[in-house]
Design a protein around this ligand. Structure first.
Ligand code: 5GP
Ligand code: ZN
Length: 133
């Protein structure tokens, strides 16, 4: 995609702090990190998000996520992290080239990813399950 910032990063047309690269994937530091070493993993080919990427390409992206996490475990002693994928406008996606966030978490890092839970919705579950049949 000509006008996609992450396609340009994957092609090396825009500078980035590269952490890892292979034939199909690219990992680099998020320009506006939530915590130290906040990293994005992308496929080099343009897909919007998990909804349009073929499963086999998504698997390659997740293999790279695992490599980067292992690298940080080995080099940084990383023990706590969150893996986040935002998909679609209501899913808080801002850049529409698939990316997986690796967000290392540290004691007292001042961050939180909080969803408000609705435990009383359990009485809707049987109706919800009918739509999956
Ligand atoms: P989203 O909200 O789509 O899940 O996340 C997009 C992420 O891309 C944000 O965390 C943002 O900081 C990051 N980002 C946006 N533009 C650039 C860029 O040009 N370079 C890098 N390294 N990260 C970017
Ligand atoms: Zn792209």
């Amino acid at each position: 995609m000509d006008n996609c910032i992450f396609c340009k990063i994957a092609r090396g047309e825009i500078n980035s702090w590269k952490v890892y690269e292979d034939e199909h994937t690219f990992a680099f530091l998020d320009i506006s990190p939530a915590t130290e070493y906040h990293t994005l993993v992308i496929p080099k080919a343009h897909y919007v998000n998990v909804l349009d990427i073929p499963a086999e390409v998504f698997a390659k992206v997740m293999q790279t996520v695992k490599k980067v996490v292992n690298l940080y475990q080995e080099k940084l002693g990383l023990e706590n992290l969150q893996i986040i994928h935002n998909a679609g406008q209501e899913g808080q996606q801002d850049v529409f080239h698939l990316h997986i966030h690796i967000v290392p978490r540290y004691k007292n890092d001042g961050q939180s990813v909080t969803l408000t839970r609705q435990p009383n919705w359990q009485d809707k579950f049987s109706d919800m399950m009918k739509k999956l049949n």
